[in-house]
Design a protein around this ligand. Sequence first.
Ligand code: A1LUD
Ligand code: HCS
Ligand code: ZN
Length: 330
Amino acid sequence: MGKDKEYITTSSLDDLIEKAGGCAVVDGGFATQLEKHGASINDPLWSALCLINEPHLIKTVHLEYLEAGADILVSSSYQATIPGFLSRGLSIENAESLLEKSVKVAVEARDKFWDAVKNVPGHSYNRALVAASVGSYGAYLADGSEYSGNYGPDVNLEKLKDFHRRRLQVLVEAGPDLIAFETIPNKLEAQACVELLEEENMEIPSWICFSSVDGENAPSGESFKECLHVINKSNKVKAVGINCAPPHFIESLICKFKELTEKAIVVYPNSGEVWDGRAKRWLPSKCFGEENFELFATRWRDSGAKLIGGCCRTTPSTIRAISETFKERT
Ligand SMILES: C[S+](C)CC[C@H](N)C(=O)O
Ligand SMILES: N[C@@H](CCS)C(=O)O
Ligand SMILES: [Zn+2]
């Protein structure tokens, strides 16, 4: 009986973590790697502009992260939203089809890569999972508010649920393995995500990641204790953590999260550079260089994180270093 229950509640995400030796590797900055290929994304749609202008680059970037050893690909939909696309003159049908495309391209890249490597003797890859990226409302606003959590007095729970609902439905219909809520900056939006997962009866696992600008709290100033209290009530959320925050915040946040939740912990920090939302550019990190990333990643793994990768300004070389370091130790 105990075994049956265990079997039934095991998700594809748990399986992957186990196959990866206890800690799976998430990919790195999608937008960052697009830019390395010359994509211009200084735009309110940011990385989602590529879905319109340069869709061929999306698959290239996904394949580069797979080749580097990513166990999980995060799709190109972070800043892809129906209102965002409508404001560019696209129809609802076109907007939805671009959302669908963001997942399908990632699935195609995963399948192509896996077909090529699965029978190669001695290969060290896992069949990757595709996470549909759901960026925060602040990402859509394109004013840097995913790092402040300040949505103003007019944004309430229902408005956030309305904003996320249709996009989530379309992304999930396209067939990802999981849902990745990214850079959630406040408790209200975490609540909206949790309620939507229940109301829409989502059957694939989700993770919810917060940003953090002080290394202790959500960007809104609300404590992670409050934020995780909301998330712990949901069985649909399988992992919770931090993305796109500086790497030197991560170890202590993992320790904090371990006290606040039984869920798996996911961390994929940025390079430590700081986003200037007005100028739309990254400002240099004061105390972090990319060369340290895999050493930090080992400490995050030893602290108990089960999903580790990179966010903005990290690249396939960051992910390769993490993947190789982890594989040496398993
Ligand atoms: C993760 S941030 C660097 C993405 C871009 C931001 N939402 C903006 O549009 O300004
Ligand atoms: N995964 C996103 C960034 C999240 S902050 C992207 O690179 O498009
Ligand atoms: Zn990021």
